[in-house]
Design a binder for this molecule. Structure first.
Ligand SMILES: [Zn+2]
Ligand SMILES: [Zn+2]
Length: 337
C-alpha cells in the first residue's frame, strides 16, 4: 500500500498534519492525481497518512511534482483572492542618490535584495497537467501587462531544458525533494536566496533611490573632499560623507568652494601629500605650510649627544608648531622675496 502525505479536500490540497477527526468524519479525501477516494489514517502504529487500495501506481517523483503544482496554485490563488502578498525576492544593483543633489555623488551599494508582491502584477495563473518538456508547469499571467509572464517550474528529477531557458522567458525553478519543500511553498515567498530556487532570464536591474536613509547605520560612503574657506585656509577631508556634509553645513558661511570629486585628480603611485600638492597647483591654490610662512622659525632640540633635531617655531604666536597648522592659521603670510 502506498502512503501519501497529501490529498485533495474540498478541491484543495491538504497535508495529513492538517486533517482533524471532524474533517475525516464529514468530508472525503481524493487522490491529487487520479481523484480516487482516499482514507485518512490518523492514529495507530503508523505515521499519519492517506491511503487507498488503488491499482494506479505513481513514482514518488510524479507524486511530488503534481502535489507541488497543486499546492503552489492553491497558495497563489489564495493570495490573489484574499489580497495577501505573495513575495518575490530578487537581486538588484543598488545605487543611493540621497546626497546627489548637493554633491553629485551616487553611492554604489552593490547587490541588494528587493522584495516585490507578485500579485500586484500577476493576477492570473495557469497550471499544466502532467509533465511536458516544452510546456511550463505553471504560468503567472498579468491582465495589466499581458506580455509579462513568469514560468514556475517544479523540478523533481529534471532540470528545465535548455530550450526553455533559451526562450528568454523569466523562469523560476523550484527543486522539490520532499514533503517539507512542498509545505514551504505555502510561505508565499519565492526567493533567489533559497538554495532550492533558481532564477533564469531575470535581468539584473539598477535601482537608484534613497537607500541610505532606510538603513539603521545611514550612509556609509567615505569620500575625499576638499574645502576651501573664504579666508584662504583649506582642508583635505577623508571620512564619512555624512559627517563631512554636517561639517560643511554648519560652516557654510565661511566656505568658498567644496570639491566632492577630489579623487578624479589623484594619480596612482603618488602619495597622499603629493597628490594634494598636485591638486592645489592645478587649482592655483596657494600651498600653506609653516615652512612657507614669513613667521617661520626653527628651534633646535637635542635628542642625544650626537643628534639635534630642528623643530618648527612660530615667531608670531611664539610657540612651537607643525607644518600643517598653517592650513587653518589666520596669521599665515607668505615670505617676502
Ligand atoms: Zn516540472
Ligand atoms: Zn549613501
Amino acid at each position: 500500500m502506498i502512503k501519501y502525505s497529501w490529498a485533495k479536500y474540498n478541491d484543495k490540497p491538504i497535508h495529513i498534519s492538517d486533517v482533524t477527526l471532524e474533517m475525516r468524519k464529514n468530508g472525503s479525501f481524493l487522490n491529487i492525481i487520479t481523484n480516487e477516494k482516499m482514507t485518512a489514517y490518523l492514529e495507530g502504529k503508523f505515521k499519519p497518512h492517506f491511503h487507498h487500495l488503488n491499482k494506479t501506481n505513481f513514482s514518488n517523483e510524479t507524486y511530488l511534482h503534481e502535489v507541488a503544482k497543486e499546492v503552489f496554485k492553491e497558495a497563489y490563488l489564495n493570495s490573489i483572492e484574499n489580497k495577501i502578498p505573495f513575495y518575490l525576492e530578487y537581486p538588484i544593483n543598488a545605487e543611493c542618490d540621497k546626497h546627489f543633489k548637493q554633491t553629485k555623488i551616487i553611492c554604489e551599494l552593490g547587490r541588494k535584495t528587493e522584495t516585490y508582491d507578485l500579485t500586484q502584477t500577476f493576477d492570473k495563473l495557469k497550471v499544466e497537467k502532467g509533465f511536458d518538456e516544452f510546456v511550463p508547469d505553471i504560468q503567472l499571467l498579468s491582465t495589466k501587462k499581458p506580455t509579462e509572464i513568469i514560468f514556475i517550474e517544479i523540478e523533481v528529477t529534471h532540470k528545465s531544458t535548455q530550450k526553455k531557458l533559451n526562450s528568454g522567458n523569466k523562469i523560476i525553478e523550484i527543486k522539490i525533494e520532499n514533503d517539507l519543500d512542498i509545505i514551504n511553498l505555502k510561505n508565499n515567498i519565492l526567493s533567489f536566496n533559497k538554495v532550492n530556487t533558481q532564477f533564469y532570464n531575470f535581468k539584473l536591474t539598477t535601482i537608484t533611490k534613497d537607500f541610505c536613509s532606510q538603513t539603521k547605520k545611514g550612509c556609509r560612503e567615505s569620500r575625499k573632499v576638499f574645502v576651501l574657506n573664504k579666508n584662504g585656509s583649506y582642508e583635505f577631508l577623508d571620512y564619512y560623507l555624512e559627517s563631512i556634509l554636517g561639517e560643511i553645513y554648519s560652516n557654510n558661511d565661511n566656505i568658498k568652494f567644496v570639491d566632492y570629486d577630489l579623487e578624479r585628480f589623484y594619480q596612482k603611485g603618488k602619495s597622499e601629500s603629493e597628490n594634494q600638492i598636485e591638486y592645489l597647483n592645478r587649482k592655483g591654490i596657494q600651498i600653506r605650510e609653516c615652512e612657507l610662512c614669513r613667521y617661520v622659525g626653527y628651534s633646535r632640540k637635542k635628542i642625544n649627544k650626537k643628534d639635534v633635531r630642528l623643530s618648527l617655531f612660530c615667531k608670531f604666536k611664539k610657540e612651537s608648531t607643525e607644518s600643517e597648522s598653517a592650513i587653518n592659521c589666520e596669521y599665515f603670510r607668505t615670505k617676502k622675496h
